[in-house]
Design a protein around this ligand. Structure first.
Ligand code: BJW
Length: 256
């Protein structure tokens, strides 16, 4: 594992493209997951209130599909990086599948939730979930029926672990984005935060993402080939930039 340019703190962001070669559909594009489903029909709290059966069916089908797919070379390379990298590392995935953990990544967080978890709206607890959830799901913790929803961050909801993510981005020496279109915020803005705070920035994607111009380097191709070739073996040569004033500090205080 090379460690050029005094890189110690590495933050990796992954999106649907990293799981595409495992056989999971990405969101946008001609074969996208939302082909046949309007985003607003399935991926908002309002949609769940309007038609819980449809939303459960969408997520139950995707949870079932998890059992038919395996981690690919990109997940495995990132798990090796996790095992071998002696510095700080945080793998932030937007994906709700469990392929990173099945490959062996441990320094990982799911900012958009997980298919393999439910959120009981009666007791406000998250619980592991396998199989169908459906409208009549019973919470194993409080016993309430019909109040469990997929533990997925929908549009308009706050992604998980934003304080931890913000701190990691502010301290990053290298930010790597893999297989994400840069269409959905706040993840789409991570490159700008990391760059402003002094990180070198690298993207690996099948096509240039919407935020491609913010990256020092873009490698274009399939993640299953690019990532095993070295997620930290960057040819980046930007001289050390000025550090942002928030680097190394705790979370910024909220406005209120
Ligand atoms: C490959 C490949 C291969 C393929 N190898 N690459 C107006 C302006 C700005 C923002 C907003 C706005 N109006 C509303 C917002 C906010 C909104 C938002 O961003 N909307 C946009 C649509 C504009 N965001 C939110 O609501 C978020 N919450 C929020 O903002 O809270 C407030 C807040 C304030 C301040 C701080 C923090 C928060 C919540 C977003 C929740 C997203 N949820 C989803 C669905 C749930 C999960 C599920 O059902 O699975 O998460 S949306 C969907 O998009 C999913 C994904 O995680 C996410 C990102 O998609 P991703 O991963 O990038 O996939 P694709 O398909 O878009 O791209 C795949 C890429 O891979 C492509 O580029 C391919 O080329 C590539 N690829 N094969 C390498 N083999």
């Amino acid at each position: 594992m090379s460690n050029r340019n005094n890189i110690n703190n590495v933050v990796v962001l992954t999106g649907a493209g990293v799981s595409a070669e495992s056989g999971l559909a990405t969101f946008r594009g001609p074969d996208g997951l939302w082909e046949g489903h309007r985003v607003e029909d399935v991926c908002t709290p309002a949609a769940f209130r309007r038609d819980a059966a449809l939303v459960h069916a969408f997520y139950d089908a995707r949870r079932a599909k998890l059992g038919t797919v395996e981690p690919n070379a990109a997940h495995e390379a990132l798990a090796r990086l996790d095992a071998e990298w002696r510095g700080e590392l945080l793998l932030i995935t937007q994906n709700v599948d469990d392929l990173h953990e099945r490959a062996g990544s441990t320094r990982l967080l799911h900012m958009h939730g997980e298919l393999a978890k439910g959120w009981c709206l009666a007791c406000d607890e998250r619980l592991g979930w396998t199989g169908d959830m459906g409208e009549g799901a019973i919470c194993s913790l409080c016993g309430t029926s019909g109040r469990v929803r997929p533990d997925i961050v929908w549009f308009g909801e706050m992604p998980y672990d934003m304080d931890r993510i913000d701190e990691a981005l502010r301290n990053a020496d290298l930010f790597v984005s893999i297989g994400t279109s840069g269409a959905v915020y706040p993840a789409a803005g991570f490159v700008q935060t990391a760059r402003y705070c002094g990180a070198q920035t690298l993207e690996m994607n099948l096509d240039p993402s919407l935020g491609s111009s913010f990256f020092d380097e873009s490698r274009i191709g399939p993640a299953g080939k690019l990532v095993p070739n070295g997620s930290t073996r960057s040819s980046l040569s930007r001289s050390t930039p000025a550090r942002c004033p928030h680097r190394g500090r705790g979370p910024r205080p909220s406005a209120d």
